[in-house]
Write a protein that binds this ligand. Structure first.
Ligand code: SF4
Ligand code: SF4
Length: 313
């Protein structure tokens, strides 16, 4: 397809601006015909520059500690398929997180849970705002939901987009045997959110000022998290959420089959989604032992702070 310089009838205003840039800066002969692909490339490059600048300042204003923009190419086949299923025009995932400060783990379970939900919901609000910002820049985007929907895979709960795996692929950290993302700065104390976007990135990249460092995996395989779990919820297959005390406090074993049935049906989940925040704000997570017991618990940022109590029970 070709775009002819003159006349400008039917040409969008920004395309005229693009022509001016091409003619003036690239010294194209005024009689030349400009391929529309060149104009599109110019527009995409400009958009990417502007969005990148916005991302840095946007996250600073939102109080986000780390972020990474991860190309779909950097993900495993399983995660790439899940992202595309969630958002068919996806090209990348912007994953970001905030620290749960060490003192939060010293709080009584109810207060600790309330603080974690507050941080998680603030991240969720940031994701919604970011998606709106990207859409305003003509970049298709969809925030990853905080609560529902989720997927059931082999009888286990999984996010529709596995943000921990995406964050690891983006260089923010690595997964430990406790199935938590371990980061150099915050250890396992990072809560995550994300936005799937139609913005193409050349490679997964971190913004140096805010992202974690790419280093050797922090999990040394000591197995302390597995041994310390009072419910035997951790194993080689990952975490069995229904055995974890934070979930079993709300879903007793007798109700697990019904809960699995509900979570296996997207229509039922859709109906329940508006209720999820109400439940989360009233929940109490009595256990964090697989996080607090990890030798990486403090991370670089938490060093010098006293260790939290080891048993909330
Ligand atoms: S939070 Fe507690 S019960 Fe749940 S997996 Fe971790 S150690 Fe086990
Ligand atoms: S407690 Fe040990 S095995 Fe578990 S995540 Fe931490 S370093 Fe890895």
């Amino acid at each position: 397809m070709w775009f002819v310089k003159e006349p400008y009838h039917g040409v969008q205003c920004d395309m005229v601006c693009d022509l001016v840039e091409i003619y003036s800066e690239r010294k194209v002969n005024r009689d030349e015909i400009i391929p529309i692909t060149l104009i599109k490339t110019l527009q995409i490059n400009r958009l990417e520059r502007s969005v990148e600048l916005d991302l840095t300042s946007f996250f600073q204003e939102e109080g986000v500690d780390v972020f990474s923009e991860v190309s779909l190419d950097a993900l495993s086949d399983e995660d790439r398929d899940a992202v595309v299923h969630f958002f068919p025009t996806a090209q990348s995932v912007i994953v970001f997180g905030r620290e749960v400060p060490v003192p939060v783990y010293r709080m009584p379970p109810k207060e600790k849970t309330r603080e974690m939900v507050r941080i998680a919901e603030a991240l969720d609000t940031t994701a919604i705002r970011l998606a709106a910002l990207l859409k305003a820049e003509q970049v298709p985007a969809r925030p990853v939901p905080l609560y529902l929907p989720v997927k059931m895979v082999n009888g286990r709960i999984q996010g529709v987009v596995r943000l921990k795996q995406v964050a690891a692929a983006g260089g923010l950290g690595s997964l430990g045997r406790n199935t938590v993302l371990l980061t150099p700065r915050f250890g396992p104390r990072l809560l995550l959110s994300g936005v799937v976007s139609g913005r193409r990135v050349q490679e997964s990249r971190q913004v140096k000022s805010s992202a974690g460092r790419k280093e050797a995996p922090l999990c040394k395989g000591c197995g302390r998290c597995i041994r310390t779990c009072p419910a035997g919820a951790l194993g080689p297959e990952g975490v069995d959420a229904f055995r974890c005390r934070d979930v079993s406090a709300w879903v007793p074993p007798i109700l697990v089959p019904a809960a699995k049935w509900i979570l296996g049906r997207s229509i039922v989940q859709k109906c329940m989604a508006p209720l999820a925040p109400w439940f989360a704000r009233r929940a109490t997570m009595p256990c964090s032992l697989c996080v607090t017991g990890c030798p990486n618990f403090s991370g670089d940022e938490g060093k010098g702070q006293a260790s939290p109590p080891q048993s909330p029970h």
